[in-house]
Structure formats: structure tokens, C-alpha cells
Ligand binder design. Sequence first.
Ligand code: SAM
Ligand code: SF4
Ligand code: SF4
Length: 376
Amino acid sequence: MTDGVIPLFDLRQVGRIPPVPTERPVQNGPWLDARGRPLRDLRISVTDRCNFRCSYCMPKEVFDKHYEFLPHRELLSFEEITRLARVFAELGVQKLRLTGGEPLLRRHIEALIAQLAELRTPEGDPLDLTLTTNGSLLARKAQALKDAGLNRVTVSLDAMDDAVFRRMNDVDFPVADVLHGIEVAQSVGLAPIKVNMVVKRGTNDDQILPMARHFRGTGVVLRFIEYMDVGMSNGWRMDEVLPSAQVLARLREHMDLVPLAASAPGETATRWGYADGSGEIGLISSVTQAFCGDCNRARLSTEGRLYTCLFAGDGHDLRALLRGQGELPPRDDAEIAAALGALWQRRADRYSELRASLPPSEGAPARRVEMHYIGG
Ligand code: SAM
Ligand code: SF4
Ligand code: SF4
């Protein structure tokens, strides 16, 4: 095992079944959590498997051939995912993001997309339907995804330099194939495309400028993400985080950038535009600038656990509500909506804010769920 990689503490079995209130609360307007935040954005992990082994997410030493991924029967079916998404839409969710693991590894994912594309908000609007992918299968799948009703994609790419990228994905996957996937996705209209680059100091921070130069003027929005202490297996260290402020300073030495307004409440990225109008970049400062204040996101794991924070230790077992468990009967949509509404109203998560105010030794909760399992 390499230095810093921590053996996996398996949190997948930890899940509480949310109680179903006996009385249905009357709700006018959006459900707000204990800190006044609405629920708008649901990220759905459709598989815990991935064909990459990015060291910051699924280090090879932990996710090796002995690692037991979830068996198929444990996964939510497409019908179960769609049913939950429908209930979430009733509660105010406007945006769905499919993720993983690598979501394009889930067979017939376009069938799920077609089902989700049928959903409507209480006002009758379609949901914003998007997907985050490592891009390896994108060229092959882009047209089918678009035809099924997907609006946009976000592609993860950490370097323009082929050797650096192959080292980071740790399966020797070439940059050129991801770039080809991005081009095909653009050509079929899965736009505007966002590209996520996780910046690790000393690993790929020399790629900041080459990435910006490559995507400038292409219509692709490049976003620099601070390396996060999510999960427990990546051996995260603060000295490997390059604060977004430094990313921006490096860019501004070579490019004229002006601040842009946030595109939506709860938006995770701070936006900057090229002064000559040739596009924009984003900075996601999850470590150095907490954005819990308007965090409107929830995450649904591959087997149906709901996490109200990326750094939560325990999930809420929604699959048990759908399927029933032991003496507990399966619940209908109204019962699930009531349980979810009550659960959201109790939510007080703000891990990133707390981390900023605590010494590093006390900042991180003792147990944190893995990113590939609940999705980014
Ligand atoms: N496999 C897909 C991909 O890589 O785009 C989707 C799942 S991946 C978990 C979602 C996003 O989380 C990716 O953009 C990835 O770079 C990001 N991510 C994973 N681990 C991270 C970490 N420790 N810090 C910051 N971002 C991370
Ligand atoms: Fe796979 Fe995405 Fe995690 Fe990389 S970041 S290992 S591509 S799930
Ligand atoms: Fe949201 Fe939790 Fe991240 Fe704060 S730490 S922004 S509450 S997911």
C-alpha cells in the first residue's frame, strides 16, 4: 500500500430507515431545511464501479481485484430511481445529475435517462437533466444520451499532458480519447459542456494553464476543483490542496479575467470570464471557501441511501421504504414524500463551514462515505 492511502472502512451497510410521519404536513412553498435551505439538486449514483482508478477517488491499492462492489440486486432499478426522482421533484428538486462511479458503465443508462426526461416539476417544467462522466465512453454514447433526453454533460479531465493524465487515472487511459468524447458530445448538442479538473499540488498544478489555454474559445467551461477530503481512502493531506485563490492568481498572470455573477443560487463555482469574451472558467473552492450557506444538494447512493451532505457518515435507507424491509411494509409515494420532507426539515449539515473553523485534527468527521459510492 502506498504512503497515505488508508484502508477502506465500509460505510455502505450504515443506513437508517427514515420514519414515516403519521400525519401528512401541509406544505406551501419549498421544503426548507433547519438552516432555511431548499432542496433543489439531486445527484444520483447509478453505479459504484469505475474503469478509472483516480488516486484521489478510488486508489488502486484499496479498490483492487479483491474489492467487493455491490451486487446487482442491491442496486436501485431504473424504475425505483425514477419513482424516487418523481417524489423528489414534488418536493422541489429541479435538477438531476447522474453520476457514480462511472455512470456510463451502467448498462442501458439511456433507458433511465428517457424515464427521467418525462418527469416534471409541480409547475409543469422538465427537470434539468445532466451527467458527470470521466469521458472514456462518451464518444460512443453521446448520441444515444442526447436522443434519450439528456441536456448536458460534465466531463472530468485532470491534465492535457498525456503522461500526467495516464498517471492520475492510473489505468493508462489517454487524454486524446477524452478530448474526442468531449468533441462528439459537443457536436450532438450536449452543451454547454463543463470540464472538471481536480487540482492536486505537486501532481497536476502545472496543467492549470495548458488546460485553460486548450478550452478557451471552445464554448467549454473549465472548472478547477480543490482536492477534497471526501471519503477515507485517498490519504488526503491539506498540503496537496492548491487553494483556488492561487489557481486564479496563476491564471491572471497570463490571462485577463473578470468576475461574473453567480448563475443560480446554490451554484458551487465562482465564475470568471475572459475579458475578450472568449469564454469563462469556474473555481470550486470546497476546502478554502465553504459554500454550505446555500447548499441545496442531496445525494442518492447506488443502493438507495440518501446523503444530505457529501461528508455525511450515515445515509438514509430509501430502498427500505420502496421495497419494505422485515416487518416494515413498502410505502406509497405520499408516504415517501412525507418521510423525505421531514428528513430534509431536520437537515443541519455544514461540514465545510465547520472544517474551516476547526483545527485540522478536529475538522473531519470520524467516518466519511466514499465519493464513487455517493457520486460527486
Ligand atoms: N466517474 C465520473 C467522473 O469522474 O466524472 C463521475 C463520478 S466522480 C466521483 C465525480 C467528480 O468527483 C469528478 O469530477 C471527480 O473529479 C470528483 N472527485 C472525486 N474525488 C474527488 C476529491 N477527492 N476531491 C475533489 N473532487 C473529487
Ligand atoms: Fe472513477 Fe470518477 Fe472516481 Fe475517477 S473520479 S475514479 S473516473 S469515479
Ligand atoms: Fe453541502 Fe455538506 Fe458540502 Fe456543506 S459540506 S456544501 S452542506 S455537501
